[in-house]
Design a binder for this molecule. Structure first.
Ligand SMILES: Nc1ncnc2c1ncn2[C@@H]1O[C@H](COP(=O)(O)OP(=O)(O)O)[C@@H](O)[C@H]1O
Ligand SMILES: [Mg+2]
Length: 292
């Protein structure tokens, strides 16, 4: 069984400012840092650190060699990562002021993925292989359909949640991974009540696994009438960036290997409780050997 993570890669350009830039203003920043981001990137790294053999497919632009090196450094395979010199790598311009931020996102290469690249990539995968996606790349409806035709297992983290999600063939998804906000959105209700969200998900997605994380309140595995809850580990959280991505990566690694839901929920919770105790994304994700 091979695991294909087909997802986003984004440079985060982070500027500290003393106020947010205004119309007609040219402003100097107080500092600048560049980071590697994108839900696709973080989840690929989490799966690799959880011990899975993972291929990351996606697209970067002419400025994207660093990304390829970064994935390789964390043990992710990049055979199906395309470099397109005509386009910019996806990026976010982030102004940070007093703990608040303003963000301009440019999908770039992530939004230039199309049928041809998908066909070429999937030609290397077969029945029983796993596809993990999030909602940050183009042509997802086609990708889901083609992966289903090949009898691949499809795991969809519907983040960020928006109306586009409902244009995809969701009935072909095997496992959804959501947080509480995405869970309510996916169920089509406005609610912050976990019980209500779970009921609505059960009604809407029969015979489909839904894994819903609820931050410091833990996580749920939902499959028809079966609901399993896992508490979060009690820790002091300093930065929750990539908590959900860590959870997804470790849950899948364990679940695919042992098919034991409780064990997978526990391992994923333990891993993400370590991620929230460190700053940053990939570097705060633990390795499987630190957990057992
Ligand atoms: N404050 C916290 N303390 C301990 N574990 C946490 C904390 N926040 C998140 N986690 C763990 O990370 C998982 C995912 O976090 P969550 O916030 O639900 O995801 P997302 O980042 O997608 O919103 C949770 O199910 C939990 O196991
Ligand atoms: Mg959350």
């Amino acid at each position: 069984m091979k695991v294909l993570s087909f997802g986003s890669l984004n440079y985060d350009h982070v500027y500290q400012v003393d106020h947010f830039v205004k119309p007609k203003e040219t402003m100097s920043s107080m500092s600048y840092a560049r980071g590697f981001g994108g839900k696709g990137l973080n989840q690929s790294i989490a799966m690799a650190k959880a011990g899975l053999d993972v291929y990351h497919a996606g697209m970067v632009g002419s400025d994207g060699q660093d990304f390829i090196d970064y994935l390789v450094q964390w043990g992710v395979k990049v055979d199906y990562l395309v470099k397109n010199n005509e386009i910019a790598t996806g990026h976010a311009i982030i102004e940070v002021c007093n703990g608040e931020n303003c963000i301009i996102l440019h999908g770039g290469a992530n939004q230039a993925i199309g049928d041809r690249q998908i066909d070429e990539t999937l030609s290397h995968f077969e029945k029983g292989d796993v596809l993990l996606i999030q909602n940050e790349i183009s042509d997802l409806a086609y990708l889901i359909r083609k992966a289903h035709e090949k009898d691949m297992k499809i795991v969809f983290n519907t983040a960020p949640m928006n109306d586009l999600v409902f244009t995809y063939p969701l009935d072909l998804v095997d496992i959804f991974v959501v947080n509480e906000v995405e869970g309510a959105g996916l169920a089509g209700i406005e609610s912050e009540d976990y019980e209500e969200i779970i009921k609505a998900l059960q009604k809407k997605f029969k015979d489909t696994v839904v894994v819903m994380t609820v931050g410091g309140n833990g996580s749920y595995y939902i499959y028809n009438d079966e609901v399993i809850h896992q508490d979060a580990f009690k820790v002091k959280a300093v930065d929750t960036t990539a908590a959900g991505d860590t959870f997804t990566g470790f849950f899948l690694a364990s679940y695919l290997k042992d098919n034991d839901v409780k064990k997978a929920l526990e391992l994923a919770s333990k891993a993400s409780s370590i991620t929230v105790q460190g700053h940053g994304a990939a570097q705060s994700i633990p390795s499987i050997k630190d957990l057992i």
